[in-house]
Design a protein around this ligand. Sequence first.
Ligand SMILES: Cc1ncc(COP(=O)(O)O)c(C=O)c1O
Length: 362
Amino acid sequence: MLTLVEEAFVPLRQAVSALPAYVPGARAGAGAPMWKLSSNENPYSPLPSVLAAITRAAAEVNRYPDMYAEELVGALAAHSGVAVENVVVGNGSVALLSHVLNAVVEHGDEIVFPWRSFEAYPIAAAVSGGNAVTVPLEEGTGRLDLPAMAAAITPRTRVVLVCSPNNPTGPAVHAGELETFLAAVPKDVLVVLDEAYLEFVRDPEAPDGIDVFRRNPNVMLLRTLSKAHGLAGLRVGYAIAEPRLAAGIRAVSTPFGVSHVAQAAALASLEPATQSQLMAQVEALVGERTRVVEGLRGQGWVLAETQANFVWFDLGEQTLERAAEAKAAGVLVRPFAGHGIRVSIGDPEANDAFLKVAASWR
Ligand SMILES: Cc1ncc(COP(=O)(O)O)c(C=O)c1O
């Protein structure tokens, strides 16, 4: 008979016991109206053609998916203007981030990234066995401090993460500063340009990621269908990398990591007619972003310049209290205790509700 020995737990790796928890954006509950502006999601439900593809694929889930998602990889390569050898798909771009770190980081190697930035970075870095080296954002602007990030590189550095636009503050890096930064990075150090919010960028000085990738084989792009394409719930991200690195990512990926339904939905969303409807939605969201930012400036807020589908409030110690007030008013936002609040751009009704909350915060 099996007896439970209370003290004999299998120990976790030290790096894992010390991991900060990934805090997901709050979810809307039943009852009172709740506008969910806490997870940088696309507020619009899937388009009919995408829903139809999901329904068709659902009838086939007794079969494993295409392991390397060949058709989807082909469509993403064509969409991005790169070769199929350059594209790897994963269970959200967050999975690809872990895969690439697992593929290149040796125990004790350094991974440089900005902070505050995407909260998955410290977790993925720790799990890979690397040492996180965080570089503070530029004071007051919420922008990445690329010269300081270049200065943080040592002979132990294996990877640098560049989040553009930066989650949760919003600004995009500029082509010129990125160029100067890349010139300072040794060619055997991987630079991951995380472009999760690419489609929302309207800053004319933002870099063209594909062009940067073509000219720098040590640059890899991370992109996702979770945001502009509205497929967050299905988990499809992709990496664009030089073929050897792409093969390394595939080698460490979870087999069959992108489901058949997710592949079908992603393919449908890349169809030209669907694509143009999706980009019209993105344009509407960018219009809403402008309206929200102007409304907030009218209320007297001084904000970081967002190029993503969210705005950032540097509220310091008031953060949790303000988030609770927003929740009481039916608006779920994403607080980062002691630092600030990130609020996603939603549909016009949600944004109006949030503008009222922001006015009450002042
Ligand atoms: C900067 C950044 N990168 C990556 C992701 C992950 O996206 P995915 O849903 O593709 O895993 C997010 C999601 O919030 C993000 O903000």
